[in-house]
Design a protein around this ligand. Sequence first.
Ligand code: FE2
Length: 315
Amino acid sequence: MNMQSTPASALAKELKAHTGRFTDKKFDWDAFPSNRGFPELERAQMRYIGSGGSPKEGDTTTLKPDNFTVSLIYKEPGKYAACHSHEIEESFLIINGALVVGWEKDGEVVEVNLGPKDMILNAREIGHGFRVDGVEPVLMSISVDVGKPLPPVYHYHPKEHAPELARSFGAEPGKTLPFDPEGDHPLQQLMSQYVVRHADLPTIWEDAGFTRKVYVGEGGIDYDTCRKEMWGVPAGVAVKPYTRAVEDAFLVLEGSLTVGWEQDGEQVEVELGPRDLVKTPAGRAHWFRNNSAAPAAVWHVIGTAADDGVSYEKA
Ligand SMILES: [Fe+2]
């Protein structure tokens, strides 16, 4: 039961308006009009920040994007996404299940199998598709590193190509190569620069008492738009307020995290559970603490690739 004896302040209302609750949202099974009529392409999207690759706009439960979008995608075994490309980069962070991602060039495809907490950053203009070959559905978080991307350009859509060719992202039989960072095919070499294995990333222990794994940024994939990090916040850990020159977002994957805002001496906070998100606008002092007994795993997206000079201090 939530009791509130005093009316919410403007700051409290603003924090609430920047919070995306999993339970307030719905998966949209018609987010991608180009999939209509193709049951093998079915997927559902839940939009948190912006509309991502979907043309659906005006969704009032979705936060306005600045430098990046965040959504969840759900896909069932046997389904795939046709090979396409974008003018910007787009990351897939696996939350549950195993996802095969293929990159295509000149009829050759390299396929990588990603597991929970692995990520791929799909490079600009690279043909990419994905497929669920595993036994369980895939849930992943997709971020596009621009507020409003152009519509995708399809390379091998089943509308125009044989179903087998579309399902293999454009590779004829024998033209699919496995992901291999040691491989000498240029596409294998290129893809290896954009795949992040959670277990291979160094774990950075901050003096403030929590961990960071840098997926995109210094030490991870070197890219020029947004930083992306996986944080581990042990029970009881809290940091002092800090401010960035760009927006950032916390998406809780496991456990719970309390995020607070501060303005003119007033403090407000919200507790996030799994699949809840807070977007903090540029210039707003904010902090976090884990007020629960269990550690939290948190996906953190920061709207710039530049070092914004933020350091984290134990509260
Ligand atoms: Fe894409």
